[in-house]
Write a protein that binds this ligand. Structure first.
Ligand SMILES: [Mn+2]
Length: 360
């Protein structure tokens, strides 16, 4: 039996410069380190034969020599496990890259070339390719390989099996199908995904932002008598969630608070919440979003509020500006009716139709 852990896309030292999380970038970077450390603890505990790390382990523009040293110190915690690395577009293997500055221990095997290469181990043949630059395109990627079918064959690679135009190594699934690999370890796509039962993306080990919701971690796999068994193991320190709450003039703060604390109970990890408020409120019930964020902030590691609440129209002001057109005529018409809730709604809905949709 051969066993492995497959992790990818750590993005250690990511800057979060273009994220709403840039204010707490240091905290996020530390969480990534913690998740990466749990990968090595898990590997030790499960006594796996291999760890496959399929690229984008760090962002080369921000990663420092001392951080590279820290990563290698982690590798050194498990000298008994073979670590196989295929550099990706964020951590390409170059002569001047950090990969070459620190001496790699003997149990760490780094692919260094933009052409397919083979590493032979007693239990398996491992094939891999590296990025040498940020962009990488290649036809006939596997170069008509002939696999030794007496052995277990594994391919490790950073690239995109979904987008045929990707500048980050588009991988042709039809080409992969020609080869009897037992497992294909992929990296690059941050959402945990599987192109088929043997071709898998673990996803980013720690979610990087609200685009990466739900559980994140690594893949544990076993291959025995030609049969592959895989299992996803959640390691991430955080989870990103989005929650929509609809508001009207009867908005009850405690109802919202109750709903959110129920959600929080489902997670043992740190919750990063994006609260989306929808519905409509008349001016006089307007909510102070800063204060709401402050009050709800105590429940979560991080909260951001997207305010999609529509304000009700200030009818008098609109009337003044539109006396002589269709909008003015409409307000006149409604005003002639008796004042009741139904005509109030008709007024707001009608105004929305005339104002918002009239502009399109
Ligand atoms: Mn990538």
């Amino acid at each position: 039996m051969l066993s492995f852990l497959h992790g990818s896309d750590f993005h250690l030292s990511a800057s979060f410069a273009h994220s709403s999380l840039r204010e707490i970038a240091i905290k996020r970077r530390n969480d990534i380190w913690r998740s990466v450390e749990s990968l090595f603890e898990l590997a030790k505990m499960k006594e796996v034969d291999f760890i496959f790390l399929t690229g984008d382990l760090f962002n080369e523009e921000y990663f420092t020599l001392s951080e590279m040293k820290r990563l290698v110190d982690l590798f050194n915690l498990i000298p008994e496990i073979n670590i196989i690395i295929t550099p990706g577009n964020h951590d390409p293997y170059r002569q001047d890259s950090l990969w070459t500055v620190v001496k790699m221990p003997d149990h760490v095997f780094l692919f260094k070339n933009e052409r397919i290469e083979k590493l032979e181990f007693p239990k398996a043949d491992i094939y891999g390719i590296a990025f040498e630059n940020q962009h990488f395109k290649k036809e006939n990627l596997l170069d008509n390989l002939l696999l030794n079918e007496e052995k277990i064959n594994i391919l490790a690679i950073h690239g995109d099996v979904y987008d045929p135009d990707s500048p980050y190594l588009s991988i042709d699934r039809k080409e992969l199908k020609k080869y009897p690999f037992d497992y294909i370890a992929l990296g690059h796509i941050h959402k945990p995904a599987a192109a088929d039962s043997r071709t898998m993306y673990p996803g980013s080990i720690e979610p990087l932002d609200f685009g990466e919701k739900g559980a994140h971690g690594v893949i544990y796999g076993e291959i025995e008598d030609g049969v592959l068994r895989t299992e996803r193991i959640s390691l991430s320190k955080s989870v990103f969630l989005e929650h929509v709450f609809t508001i009207d003039n009867s908005f009850n703060y405690y109802e919202l608070e109750g709903e959110l604390s129920e959600i929080k109970k489902n997670y043992s990890n740190k919750v990063y919440l994006r609260l989306i408020l929808e519905g409509s409120l008349s001016k006089e019930y307007e909510i102070d979003m800063e204060s709401l964020k402050e009050q709800l902030g105590g429940f979560f590691e991080y909260i951001e509020i997207i305010d999609n609440i529509s304000q009700e129209y200030d009818v008098e002001k609109i009337y003044e500006l539109n006396r002589s057109n269709l909008i003015g005529l409409f307000i006149d018409e409604i005003k002639m009716r008796k004042e009741d809730p139904a005509s109030k709604i008709a007024l707001q809905v009608g105004l929305e139709a005339l104002i918002e949709h009239g502009e399109k």
